[in-house]
Design a protein around this ligand. Structure first.
Ligand code: MLT
Length: 255
């Protein structure tokens, strides 16, 4: 029996984005929460929006599930939460899979843009997110796989304004995580980085920068014909990367 696996979803979708990956991991206990404000999770309240709060929610969920340690995989915003888990709850994280994400903080311009999106969804609803399908999916998927385009569009339509606005503000406030990755690497945490070759939001440069910080423990998997939602566009490749980390952990000497 392998370690449990936690899968943390991207913005502005929900844990359903991992259906294909989970199908390909028979025998692995997968815990895939909807982050607050998304999918079936309750709306955020008046609390300060931070990625750390999502990470604390995940740690509380692990407590409730009786799971001490798990491999944690996160895609994009889920990756930010994974790095916050490493920072705040390092003892809970046995390994990481960082997908289509980045360890850098936002630029000032990106923060302003996030606040603009937060205000727009609160005022006009989440239909303003519809054009995001073009940046979430790679060129190949958009050209050749209409069923995936339709599925992701439906997920965008289902997003809820308060959850979206809260997430944008939380992401704007996140710190850089390169030191966090260095610390995890020095502690021997195994990890893998996955990136769609056609990802224009968190591309190969971001993946390699994370791998450089994570040093010898990290493998970088560049997935052909996939964009930002690599776990949706190529669940086989993502499942293989997850298996690599679970197997590495299994083989590590125990002290
Ligand atoms: C995501 O897919 O979660 C977003 O692209 C993250 C972000 O906006 O930085």
């Amino acid at each position: 029996m392998s370690l449990p696996l936690v899968l943390l979803h991207a913005f502005p979708v929900s844990s359903v984005m991992y259906d294909g990956v989970v199908e390909r991991l028979p025998g692995v206990r997968v815990i895939r929460p909807d982050l607050r404000g998304f999918g079936t999770a309750p709306e955020p309240g008046g609390e300060q929006p931070t990625i750390d709060r999502y990470a604390d929610d995940v740690a509380e969920l692990l407590d409730r599930e009786g799971v001490e340690r798990a491999v944690v995989g996160g895609l994009s915003m889920g990756g930010y939460v994974t790095m916050a888990m490493l920072r705040r709850h390092p003892g809970r994280v046995a390994g990481v899979v960082l997908m289509d994400t980045k360890a850098s903080a936002d630029t000032g311009e990106a923060r302003v843009n996030r606040e603009r999106i937060a205000a727009a969804v609160l005022q006009h609803g989440t239909r303003t997110l519809r054009p995001m399908v073009d940046t979430l999916l790679g060129d190949t998927t958009r050209r050749e796989r209409p069923a995936i385009v339709a599925r992701v569009s439906a997920w965008l339509d289902a997003a809820r304004p308060r959850g979206v606005a809260w997430a944008q503000r939380a992401m704007a406030a996140r710190p850089a995580s390169f030191d966090t990755l260095r610390t995890a690497s020095a502690a021997g945490v195994p990890g893998a980085v996955v990136v769609g070759a056609e990802d224009t939001l968190a591309g190969e440069d971001d993946a390699r920068a994370m791998a450089a910080a994570f040093q010898s423990f990290t493998q970088v998997h560049v997935i052909a014909a996939a964009g930002h939602l690599s776990a949706v566009e190529n669940p086989d490749a993502v499942a293989a990367a997850v298996h690599g980390v679970l197997d590495t952990w299994q083989d590590l000497p125990r002290t």
